[in-house]
Ligand binder design. Structure first.
Ligand code: SF4
Length: 280
């Protein structure tokens, strides 16, 4: 099967993994021939045709949900990391969290239940940046835990990344805008310093920017995601991929295919960079 056929098969398999509506292919069409998927949804989830590179960890098992913890607890859990006292990066992040968790630099602090700092592996080579907490995130103190979070977890799993172990996830805003409205320019300007401080401490090797707000905040551009996703940009010299926000994908299913292609490009880039070789 050629590359286009492999990609198409992987895409369709991922749609099934993600629980998307059935995809109907006309018998005899080139897509059907390339994918060779059964007409009915299979009882077991098929394995995507794109092989997991050796340098990336294996994809999450179907149905496996990672246990998500607020960053304050993650940082307190040593796991295989050095003791907190011996980990300057973790200590610096804990200090930043402590200094900013009661921030009132913009009006969003008034309705905040939780200051959503971020979650994941603070030493991860890939940092994912989204827009702002929603209702679930505000309640739990963890970014990307609602339906959009489940989609992001599945997207990462499809390229062999575990959201708890292999990435760090943060938002541009740390507090929820009322009714999940679009963040205002003043709120972004007030809050960006916290994200900048996180980046300066963690120094990720690659960024994945989810949606227009994150991309515009870090890339200092007004270009559309449709334009930004066509090339690898840079955040202060660090390669940055931009793609659609999972919440936008849930509202507009036509974004899922280009987002899947973006994730494949990201995986190729991470593999060629050897970003995960040292963690396996
Ligand atoms: S959104 Fe950011 S700047 Fe505004 S109060 Fe929350 S932490 Fe502070």
């Amino acid at each position: 099967m050629n590359d286009r056929g492999a990609l198409a098969r992987a895409f369709l398999c991922q749609q099934i993994e993600l629980g998307m509506p059935d995809i109907i292919l006309l018998p005899g069409s080139r897509a059907a021939a390339a994918c060779m998927l059964p007409a009915k949804r299979p009882e077991r989830t098929p394995t995507p045709a794109v092989r997991t590179p050796k340098t990336l960890p294996p994809a999450a098992k179907a149905g496996e949900k990672p246990r998500l913890l607020p960053v304050s607890r993650l940082m307190a859990a040593p796991e295989k990391r050095p003791a907190v006292a011996d980990d300057p990066m973790r200590n610096a992040l804990v200090a930043l969290y402590s200094a900013e968790k009661d921030c009132a630099a913009c009006g969003l602090s008034a309705q905040r239940k939780t200051f959503v700092f971020g979650s994941g592996n603070v030493h991860a080579p890939l940092m994912i940046v989204g827009e702002a907490p929603g209702a679930e995130e505000d309640a739990q103190g963890v970014p990307f835990v609602g339906a959009a979070g489940e989609l992001l977890t599945a997207m990462l799993g499809a390229i062999g990344l575990d959201r708890k172990k292999d990435v760090f996830i943060a938002n541009v805003l740390k507090c929820r805008p009322p009714a999940n409205r679009t963040p205002e320019a003043g709120e972004i300007a007030a809050c960006k310093r916290i994200l900048t401080a996180q980046i300066n401490i963690m120094r990720p090797r690659v960024f994945l920017l989810l949606g227009r707000i994150a991309a515009h905040a870090l890339l200092d551009t007004a270009d559309s995601i449709a334009s930004l996703r066509k090339e690898v940009r840079s955040v202060n010299g660090v390669p940055a991929f931009a793609t659609y926000h999972p919440a936008a994908m849930l509202r507009n299913p036509e974004y899922k295919r280009p987002a899947w292609e973006d994730m494949q490009k990201l995986r190729t880039f991470l593999t060629e960079l050897g970003a995960y070789a040292a963690t396996n």
